[in-house]
Design a protein around this ligand. Structure first.
Ligand code: UDP
Length: 353
């Protein structure tokens, strides 16, 4: 058993997508960023599908350069039907076999890391996406790009929850621009390859996914909270603590992503997240206390230098499009998701992030 996922989560994901996943039978999927937080869960899910559900196994080709997948990305058990290639997607990639699906999940998604690696962040979402789109075109493969809910930037209240048609309020200059703007260009590349070259492209905008498998040194809010709980230190709430997010538990997110890979309408973009509840970070502290059944100290602090402070003050998805077109429904409540995550982090984290 791996230490980055709960077997019951993997089973839940596979069972929720069984019908759609039949399309993977006998197919080859190439995934970039395959050793990251999401990539490792896709590997687990595909392995489960191969062992229990698909009539013919699917093959997975995984690319990663380990820039942000950390030690967790290196210590991966070997799975049958998985070929791993160490490769940076900003360089061209050629593959001798036929590829049916390309999932471009490589990227530097945690604000702490993209603040530290702005050029790499830009390049993976722009040059990396172009290289993978060309590979999709050559293979006549379905292509999915992992964009971000950050493309909406800091929205005006009347656009919250955000629909896919909202154009966003993003700064081209500032500490988050390397991420937000490069994801926007990546989306534009998908649009061009779909419109002009006939590639079957889809874009996913995930909203704050969390769950087992997040590195303790990920530095996003829930791994930070979990690590500090482990060490008995007070939780740090940045800024005013009044900024909002919605949190989507891993299984709900992976189910949504798989439905996009398998059922996404060509050329379309989908929000994937859990629209409820939209909560402030101070409220998140209270929810954590409820789940743990005890008081947890916290301090409201200035943004640390390592964190890109120019952040969205509200974020929540409108997921009606994914509901209607993909029959996507999140099922895991915040309380249940936090419980599964905090139980796992308590067993896995060391408390020295
Ligand atoms: N945040 C916090 N304490 C932390 C890390 C993050 O209060 O230790 C806040 C951060 O200011 C933001 C929210 O939690 O409002 C989510 O931040 P995260 O880095 O997880 O992801 P983002 O939504 O900014 O991409």
């Amino acid at each position: 058993m791996s230490t980055f996922s709960l077997p019951s989560d993997t089973e839940e994901i596979a069972k929720r997508v069984t019908t759609a996943a039949m399309d993977f039978s006998g197919k080859t999927v190439l995934m970039t960023g395959g050793r990251g937080f999401l990539g490792r869960h896709f590997m687990d899910t595909f392995n489960y599908l191969n062992e229990h559900i698909l009539p013919e196994p699917m093959k997975l080709v995984v690319l990663d350069n380990f820039i942000s997948s950390g030690k967790e990305g290196k210590n991966i058990p070997k799975f049958p039907h998985v070929e791993f290639i160490e490769h940076n997607v900003i360089n061209k990639f050629e593959y001798s076999g036929k590829i049916d699906y390309i999932i471009h999940a490589a990227g530097i998604a945690s604000p702490f890391y993209y603040r530290a690696h702005p050029i790499e962040t830009l390049e993976v979402a722009i040059t990396g996406t172009k290289n993978m789109l060309q590979l999709a075109e050559a293979n006549n493969a379905r292509f999915t790009f992992f964009s971000s809910s950050e493309v909406y930037g800091d929205p005006d209240a009347k656009h919250v929850p955000m629909q896919e048609s909202y154009r966003g309020n993003v700064s081209s200059m500032g500490p988050r621009a390397c991420y937000d703007e490069s994801k926007r260009v990546g989306e534009t590349l998908c649009y061009i390859f779909h419109e002009n070259n006939g590639v079957h492209t889809n874009v996913i905008r995930p909203f704050n996914v969390y769950g087992p498998g997040m590195q303790e040194t990920d530095y996003r809010v829930l791994p930070n909270f979990a690590s500090r709980i482990k060490s008995g230190m007070p939780l740090h709430v940045y800024g005013s603590g009044g900024q909002t997010r919605t949190f989507c538990y891993l299984t709900d997110a992976i189910v949504g992503f798989l439905l996009v890979f398998l059922r996404g309408v060509a050329g379309e973009v989908y929000n994937i997240g859990n629209p409820k509840p939209e909560i402030t970070i101070l409220e998140l502290v209270k929810r954590v206390e409820t789940v743990l059944g005890k008081k947890v100290n916290h301090e409201v602090i200035e943004y640390p230098d390592s964190y890109p402070a120019d952040e969205p003050l509200r974020r929540a998805p409108d997921i009606r499009k994914a509901k209607i077109q993909l029959e996507y429904t999140p099922e895991v409540s915040l309380e249940d998701g936090l419980k599964r995550f905090l139980d796992w982090s308590d067993k896995t984290y060391t408390g020295d992030a």
